[in-house]
Write a protein that binds this ligand. Structure first.
Ligand code: F6R
Length: 606
C-alpha cells in the first residue's frame, strides 16, 4: 500500500508535497520521494525511511519546482531502500505508483532485450521504462501513457511527469484509487481525498481504467477505451476525508469495491513478491503446534471457518474455530501447545477479547488478526497480524472479511511450507495464485449489474437458502448473514449435503435458493443438490465459474458466472456476488444499509 500525490501549482510545491505525504503516511512509510520539473528538467529526491528522512534530504537540496509528484511507500517488490524508492525515472519519464504490476517480469525481460538498463528491483520501474520507450517512438504523452497502460496487468494508481512538459501531470487508475482535486488555478491528483485535503475540497473520483492529464486549470479525463469522459466533482470535508463515500451511495457499496485493494495490501504484507514466499511475523513454529484455536464472532468467525478449511487442507494442522461467546463460558479443553488466533475487525469485541484472555491464561501463545491495530485485542495478544483494508464504516463487514480470509489463506500456505506438506516450488505457485486474487476479485465485482437484476425478485422473498460445499459452505453462511442483517429477510446458510436432513422441507416456488458452486472437486455433488431443489420447484440462483456454468443442470432461474480461478482463492473471488446481492436487496427494500436496525459496528458488551 503506497500513497501518491501530484501537483500542478503556481508556487513552489515542495512543502505541499511533503504535507500531503504526511497525510498519506498511514498507507506506508518505508521510503519516500518527490520529483519536480526544474527549468524544464526532471529532478528527484528520495530517502529510505519515514517522510522525516526525506525532509532532511530536501533541507540540504531543496526542490524548486512548481509542478511535482510525491510518494510514500509500502514495499512489495524490492526491499525498502533509496534505489527502490519512488519516483522512478527512465529517460524523459518520472513516475510514482501504488499497486502491483503482475506481468512486470515478462515486460522487464522484453525491455532489457531492447537494451534498456534497470536501476531498481521494483515492478514500478517497468512502467517508467515502458512509457519512455513509447515516447521514443514519437507518441504524444497521453497516447504514450495509453499505450503503456494497455500493456499492464495488475493494479495501479499512477502520477507521471514528462521532461519537456512543464505544466503537465498525468495519472491513471486500475484497482487502486485516485482522485482529482480542483484548486484555484492549480490542480492535484492523489490517492484519496485526504491527500489533497489541505489544498482543495472539490474532488472527483476516477473510475476503474480511467486516465487523466492535469494542467493549471483543467483535468482531461479518459476512460479505458480512450474516450474523453466527465467524472462528477463533489465537495468533501477534508477532516472527514478518511471516511468518504466517494461516488458511492453507501459505505457498504464503497467497501465492496475497496476489496481488491484491501486484499492486495494484506497479501503484500505477508508475502515476498520477489521470491514468491510467505513471511508471517511472530516467530511461530508451526511444526511444534498441536492445534490452532480460532475465536471470533459473526463474520470474523466465518472467516475463521474458511481459515480452518485452508489450514487443515494445506498444512494438515488441526484447527478448532469457535464462536467466542460460547468458548469463553463452556470450559473448553485447551492445550498450551496450541496457538490462539483472535479474529476481529474492530479488535474490541467483548466476547472475542474474553476468549483471547481465556486462551492466554491457559498458557497459549496468541495472535490478534485485526483491522484496528491500536485496539485492545491487538494490545493484549502476543503477536499482531493486521489486515490492511483501511477503516471499515459500513456495519455489515465486507472488506474486512475478505482481508481476513486473504491473511488466513497466506497463513495456510506458510504453515504448509513450514510443516513440509508442500515444497518450495508449490509455495511459489500458491503465492503467485494469491497475488492474482485482487485482479480476479475486481472482475467479480464487475458482476454488479447481473446481481442487481436479481435483487427485485429476492427482495420479495420471506426466506432465502444459501447452499455450498467445502469452502463454499462458510461462504453460504456469510451470504445468509449479510442478507439477513441488512435486508431483514430471513436467510439460512447450509452445507449442501445437509439439504436432505431438514432444510429441503423449506423449498417451494417462493424460496430463492442461492447455490455457490465453482467447478471444483465438489461440483458434481452441488449440481445434484441443485437438481433436487429444482425438482421441488425451488428457484435457483447459481453462482459459479465459466466451467461450472457449462456443466450446470439446466433450469436455474439465474446463473451468475464469476471468473475462473485456482481453488485457493475461490472464497475471495466468490465473495463479491453474495455481498452485492445482499446490498442490492437491501437498497431495493429501502433499508438503512450502513446502519441496520439494532446493530452496532463494534460490540464492546457481551
Ligand atoms: C457482520 C458483522 C459482524 C462482525 C462481528 C465481529 O457483517 O460485521 O458479525 O463480524 O460483530 O466484529 P469484529 O470483527 O469487530 O470482532
Amino acid at each position: 500500500m503506497c500513497g501518491i500525490i501530484g501537483i500542478v501549482g503556481n508556487s513552489s510545491v515542495q512543502e505541499r508535497l511533503i504535507d500531503s505525504l504526511k497525510r498519506l503516511e498511514y498507507r506506508g512509510y518505508d521510503s519516500a520521494g518527490v520529483a519536480g520539473m526544474v527549468d524544464g528538467k526532471l529532478q528527484r529526491r528520495r530517502a529510505k525511511g519515514k517522510i522525516r528522512a526525506l525532509e532532511d534530504v530536501l533541507a540540504d537540496a531543496p526542490l524548486n519546482a512548481t509542478v511535482g509528484i510525491g510518494h510514500t511507500r509500502w514495499a512489495t517488490h524490492g526491499a525498502p531502500s533509496e534505489a527502490n524508492a519512488h519516483p522512478h525515472k527512465s529517460g524523459r519519464v518520472s513516475l510514482v505508483h501504488n499497486g502491483i504490476i503482475e506481468n512486470f517480469a515478462e515486460l522487464k525481460r522484453e525491455l532489457e532485450a531492447q537494451g534498456r538498463v534497470f536501476e531498481s528491483q521494483t515492478d514500478t520501474e517497468v512502467i517508467a521504462q515502458l512509457l519512455d520507450s513509447e515516447l521514443d517512438k514519437g507518441l504524444e504523452p497521453l497516447a504514450a501513457l495509453k499505450a503503456t497502460l494497455d500493456r499492464l496487468t495488475g493494479a495501479y494508481a499512477l502520477a507521471v511527469l514528462i521532461e519537456g512538459e512543464d505544466e503537465l501531470v498525468m495519472g491513471a487508475r486500475r484497482g487502486s484509487p485516485l482522485v482529482v482535486g480542483y484548486g484555484e488555478g492549480e490542480m492535484f491528483i492523489g490517492s484519496d481525498a485526504l491527500a489533497v485535503g489541505p489544498f482543495t475540497n472539490k474532488i472527483a473520483y476516477l473510475e476503474e481504467g480511467d486516465y487523466v492529464a492535469i494542467d493549471h486549470a483543467t483535468a482531461r479525463i479518459f476512460d479505458e477505451t480512450g474516450k474523453a469522459v466527465e467524472r462528477k466533482t463533489q465537495v468533501v470535508s477534508a477532516s472527514a476525508a478518511l471516511v468518504e463515500k466517494g461516488n458511492y451511495r453507501h459505505f457498504m457499496e464503497k467497501e465492496i469495491h475497496d476489496q481488491p485493494e484491501g486484499c492486495q495490501r494484506t497479501i503484500a504484507a505477508y508475502v515476498d513478491a520477489l521470491s514468491d514466499t510467505t513471511t508471517i511475523p511472530g516467530d511461530i513454529d508451526f511444526t511444534k503446534l498441536d492445534r490452532i484455536q480460532i475465536v471470533a464472532c459473526g463474520t470474523a468467525y466465518i472467516a475463521g471457518l474458511l481459515g480452518k478449511y485452508m489450514i487443515e487442507q494445506l498444512a494438515g494442522l488441526p484447527v478448532d474455530v469457535e464462536i467466542a461467546s460460547e468458548f469463553r463460558y463452556r470450559n473448553p479443553a485447551i492445550s498450551a501447545q496450541s496457538l490462539a488466533i483472535a479474529i476481529s475487525q474492530s479488535g474490541e469485541t467483548a466476547d472475542t477479547l474474553a476468549a483471547l484472555r481465556h486462551c492466554k491464561a491457559a498458557g497459549m501463545k496468541s495472535a490478534a488478526l485485526v483491522n484496528a491495530v491500536q485496539s485492545t485485542i491487538a494490545r493484549e495478544a502476543d503477536v499482531v497480524w493486521p489486515i490492511h483494508c483501511g477503516p471499515e464504516i459500513g456495519v455489515a463487514s465486507t472488506k474486512a472479511f475478505t482481508a481476513q480470509v486473504s491473511l488466513l489463506t497466506t497463513l495456510a500456505v506458510a504453515a504448509a511450507r513450514a510443516r513440509g506438506r508442500i515444497d518450495a516450488a508449490e509455495e511459489n505457485r500458491l503465492v503467485r495464485v494469491l497475488l492474482e486474487a485482487p485482479r480476479l476479485m475486481a472482475e467479480s465485482i464487475n458482476l454488479e449489474e447481473a446481481v442487481r437484476n436479481i435483487a427485485l425478485e429476492v427482495s420479495k422473498a420471506r426466506d432465502v437458502l444459501y447452499l455450498g460445499r467445502g469452502p463454499m459452505y462458510p461462504l453460504a453462511l456469510e451470504g445468509a448473514l449479510k442478507l439477513k442483517e441488512i435486508s431483514y429477510i430471513h436467510a439460512e446458510g447450509y452445507a449442501a449435503g445437509e439439504l436432505k436432513h431438514g432444510p429441503i422441507a423449506l423449498v417451494d416456488e417462493a424460496t430463492p435458493i442461492v447455490i455457490l458452486a465453482p467447478f471444483d472437486s465438489y461440483f458434481e455433488k452441488s449440481a445434484s443438490n441443485m437438481s433436487e431443489v429444482m425438482a421441488r420447484g425451488g428457484q435457483v440462483i447459481f453462482i459459479t465459474d465459466p466451467d461450472g456454468a457449462r456443466h450446470a443442470p439446466a433450469g436455474a432461474k439465474v446463473v451468475v458466472t464469476a471468473p475462473k480461478c485456482d481453488p485457493l482463492i475461490a472464497p475471495l473471488v466468490m465473495s463479491a456476488p453474495i455481498q452485492l446481492l445482499a446490498y442490492y436487496v437491501a437498497v431495493q427494500k429501502g433499508a438503512d444499509v450502513d446502519q441496520p436496525r439494532n446493530l452496532a459496528k463494534s460490540v464492546t458488551v457481551e
